[in-house]
Design a protein. Structure first.
Length: 180
């Protein structure tokens, strides 16, 4: 049984741990690392953990935590723009062992209800194409795709090199148990 409640400062370390586990296989920073290795001694997990750190710093009252057995097992973060009335959902994460049980959907429903309660007219969310769970979930929840973005990276200490045959190496495969 899951419960969803507002974020508490005591959740900080658990949310960082959930982030690094849940985004394994579906992180832009991990994709960069797959091509170039650990950058400046800081692996992708540290960079991705910085995303939840930023959400906590910006708006701790806009974070909702899912618990099972009294322990955090997932979360969703929200950002609000009262001027545009477009709310954002920057991060949604569920521990791999708790995925596939509707928890991601419940967290999203909580975030959407929160955004509606603040007068938002639209909610934005994004995911990587390699994140099959979210690519399936978001349209089921009523989100409509409005654009695709391609991310590029260039090592600034190297001369740009044209890849053979004009192609780039494929992205790493997403583990089957990776999070939305």
């Amino acid at each position: 049984m899951f419960t969803i409640r507002p974020y508490r400062p005591a959740d900080h370390d658990a949310l960082v741990a959930i982030t690094t586990r849940a985004f394994d296989g579906v992180s832009l920073d991990q994709n960069i690392e797959a091509l170039y290795g650990v950058i400046h001694g800081v692996d992708w997990r540290v960079r991705k953990a910085g995303h939840i750190e930023a959400d906590i710093a910006a708006s701790p009252n806009s974070i909702f935590v899912a618990e099972a057995g009294g322990q955090p097992v997932g979360y969703v973060t929200c950002r609000v723009n009262h001027h545009t009335r477009i709310g954002g959902i920057p991060n949604l994460a569920v521990l791999p062992g708790h995925q596939g049980q509707g928890l991601g959907r419940r967290l999203l429903e909580t975030a959407l209800a929160y955004l509606r309660s603040l007068g938002m007219k639209f909610a934005r969310i994004e995911t990587l194409e390699q994140n099959a769970r979210c690519m399936a979930l978001y349209p089921k929840m009523g989100f409509r795709e409005v654009a695709r973005q391609i991310h590029y990276v260039l090592a600034l200490d190297e001369s740009p090199v044209e890849p053979e045959h004009g192609s780039t190496p494929p992205l790493p495969a997403r583990p089957r148990d990776a999070a939305p």
